[in-house]
Design a protein around this ligand. Structure first.
Ligand SMILES: C[S@@+](CC[C@H](N)C(=O)[O-])C[C@H]1O[C@@H](n2cnc3c(N)ncnc32)[C@H](O)[C@@H]1O
Length: 304
């Protein structure tokens, strides 16, 4: 990469070409996407703008910032931490090392939750109590609050989101505020359902959770962004299901009659969820919802 002063003279298209080469050499799995995201960020614009303005030039200070971001990315830091945000489900979610970066696969959990709530509102359920466990950056809670802003304001939906990490909850509060929905979501710190139990919250009609489900071995390998994200957000124990099993054991008595829990799971973990539900003796119908690639991503546990 030429020094920042020389690069400042280069047009956007050449900056992208040089950035792709640098990131490809460094072993990035997505050098073009990363390069375009970082170069457009240096211009304070998005990728569509970058494609439409290949001849624009950066000021020297912006070129110097870009050079340092490229080195951070070359060292393995995720683009979302470098830019400080991620576009997720049409929202801008602030991201930093306090919490997991929201993943595309979690959009299925969000869409399933949106559909469950819409269905209950359509059936004129008086109040829909929704809990999110392990909110992290607050991406899911923010998505629900933005979509159901009016129903929340009117008290038709009550939404609480918890996390055991106080740092993650700080970020969640920032994301709710940035998306104009603070005050509509109750945030609580503690282990699994404990904060909601202590607050004497009503039983949940819908519980959603994207809890850690990687195996400890996968986390220890620190591949990709995992080396930069909090282990607390990722490590689900020897087979990935430790935290999810604990949550399932806490569900009886906390889910309302006809209540539904939607749990994001890893590939092949549906069987483990089924076995745990049987072991507890919970009377529930379980379905595993697949993503577009046919991989089971969400376990839907509906009380009978
Ligand atoms: C995989 S991240 C998901 C974050 C966010 N919901 C998302 O989808 O991007 C899991 C989250 O669960 C939280 N967590 C882990 N163990 C927990 C526990 N025992 N009780 C509550 N939250 C927990 C972590 O701090 C982390 O924020």
């Amino acid at each position: 990469m030429p020094p920042a002063e020389a690069r400042a003279l280069a047009p956007a298209r050449e900056l992208v070409t040089a950035a792709v080469a640098r990131l490809r050499d460094a072993g990035s799995p997505s050098p073009r996407l990363d390069a375009e995201l970082l170069v457009s960020h240096a211009f304070g614009r998005d990728r569509a703008w970058l494609h439409a303005h290949p001849d624009e030039h950066l000021a020297p200070a912006e070129a110097a910032a870009l050079a340092s971001w490229l080195e951070r990315r070359a060292a393995g830091e995720p683009v979302a931490y470098i830019r400080g945000f991620k576009e997720w489900l049409s929202l801008r979610i602030a991201t930093d090392r306090r919490a997991l970066i929201p993943r595309p696969e979690t959009e299925l959990l969000a869409e399933s939750a949106l559909a469950e709530i819409a269905d209950r509102l359509a059936r004129n359920q008086e109040i829909v109590n929704v809990w999110e466990v392990g909110t992290g950056s607050g991406a899911l809670g923010t998505a629900l609050a933005v979509r159901f802003r009016t129903a929340l304001a009117l008290g038709r939906i009550r939404l609480s989101a918890g996390d055991v990490s106080p740092e993650a909850l700080e970020l969640a509060a920032e994301n709710l505020a940035a998306n104009g929905v603070s005050g509509l979501v109750h945030l609580a710190c503690g282990d699994l359902l404990e904060p909601l139990t202590l607050a004497d919250a009503p039983a949940a009609d819908l519980l959603i959770a994207n809890l850690p489900y990687l195996t400890s071995d996968e986390v220890a390998r620190r591949e990709g962004s995992i080396g930069y994200e909090p282990a607390l957000a990722l490590d689900g124990g020897p087979d990935g299901l430790d935290v999810i099993r604990r949550l399932l054991r806490e569900l009886p008595g906390r889910l309302a009659p006809e209540g539904v829990a939607l749990l994001e799971i890893g590939e092949g973990q549906g069987v483990g969820v089924l076995e745990e539900v049987e072991r507890i003796g919970m009377r529930a119908a379980i379905s595993i919802l697949p993503d577009l690639a046919g991989i089971g991503r969400v376990a839907r546990v509906a009380l009978l």
